[in-house]
Design a protein around this ligand. Structure first.
Ligand SMILES: [Zn+2]
Ligand SMILES: [Zn+2]
Length: 346
């Protein structure tokens, strides 16, 4: 079968992956599931993996097939699989949790001590077939096209996970701020809108992103190039600040907004990454706000997100590309030429 693989870390996105002919995956244990990939979302994290940014955090053996946002049709199952059978359409959580370690038993599948992560620590879905497990697949509702929903496997649940956490900290009438209305941000905004009664403020440099945010339920939009974000939020909230900030950019400039825009006791949720946090400790003491990191979401959160999709509460803006266009997609994303989400269709 064909697989888009990383052989060497590089900053040259136009030549990051090569399309190789490799052996198709085989069932190795009783809980394994093999999926014919129909959609695999391309993520900013794929660019970061190609650059070698994850080597400090996880073990990676190259060559590695990338692709962690996968959906498709089950073609083969291990002897003890009964959640799905051949022919079922599924979305694949990127983490195959073990199910027996303490975090797994607490339901914290993202903290699993023995996990395999498609496209990050084990082969992913930029290929004709994907090896995953019964613990990672969520059956799709009728009428949902796997290629349309694939990015929810990571982009979607990461945004959902942060939004669900934020919803705990906003009461009706409070203000929530979404910084960056791109691939993840436009999902997070819809999740917030579906789950709480806060005033939603969207911040983005691109006019098209602000327009999309307004269409998806934002009550206010701010262009940080022409407006001072902190003073606009101060006006909107009568000086109280935002109870929750969802930062889908995670740059130095956006994390630096927290002391000025977070309400007392609020949270600045970090979802995007690449920058650093350099705020005075005194600002955190005075405002008692917190920075909170967010990594993907649990298996059960993927089930919840699929339920929101089934209720038409969350729509995904996607563009499809062939497997042999992976490097074009990587280069375009680097140049910010992709609106919404690119989906590879092997
Ligand atoms: Zn991703
Ligand atoms: Zn585990």
């Amino acid at each position: 079968m064909r697989a888009a693989r990383l052989h060497e870390y590089t900053h040259d996105m136009a030549n990051g992956l090569s399309i190789d002919e490799v052996d198709a995956p085989q069932i190795a244990s009783d809980g394994d599931v093999i999926v014919e990939v129909e959609g695999a979302g391309w993520c900013q994290t794929d660019n970061h993996i190609i650059e070698g940014m994850w080597t400090e955090y996880v073990d990676q053996d190259l060559p590695l097939t990338l692709g962690h946002e996968n959906a498709g049709t089950v073609v083969e199952t291990g002897a003890e699989v009964d959640v799905v059978s051949e022919g079922d359409q599924v979305i694949c959580h990127p983490v195959q949790a073990c199910g027996t370690c303490r975090p797994c038993r607490q339901g914290e599948t993202m903290y699993c001590e023995n996990d395999a992560f498609n496209g990050l620590t084990t082969d992913g879905g930029f290929a004709d077939q994907l090896l995953t497990s019964e613990r990672a697949v969520v059956p799709l509702p009728d009428g949902v096209d796997p290629a349309d929903i694939a990015p929810h496997a990571d982009a979607g649940i990461t945004a959902y996970h942060a939004a669900k956490r934020a919803v705990d900290g906003v009461n009706p009438g409070d203000t929530a701020v979404v910084i960056g209305v791109g691939g993840l941000g436009h999902i997070g905004l819809q999740c917030l809108d579906a789950m709480c009664a806060a005033d939603i403020v969207a911040v983005d440099l691109k006019q098209s992103a602000c327009d999309l945010a307004a269409d998806l339920g934002a009550h206010y939009t701010i262009d940080p190039e022409s407006e001072d974000v902190a003073s606009v939020i101060e006006d909107i909230t009568d000086g109280a600040g935002a109870a929750q900030v969802l930062d889908f950019v995670g740059a130095d400039e956006t994390t630096a907004l927290a002391p000025d825009i977070c309400a007392a006791g609020g949270d600045h949720q970090i979802i995007g990454y690449g920058g650093h946090i350099h705020e005075p400790a005194q600002a955190l003491v005075n405002g008692e706000f917190a920075y909170q990191g967010n990594i993907v979401g649990r298996y059960t959160e993927l089930q919840e997100l699929v339920a929101l999709v089934e209720r038409d509460a969350v729509s995904l803006h996607t563009t499809r590309y062939d497997l042999d266009e992976v490097n074009t997609v990587a280069r375009k994303l680097e140049a910010r030429e992709i609106d919404g989400r690119a989906v590879i269709t092997p």
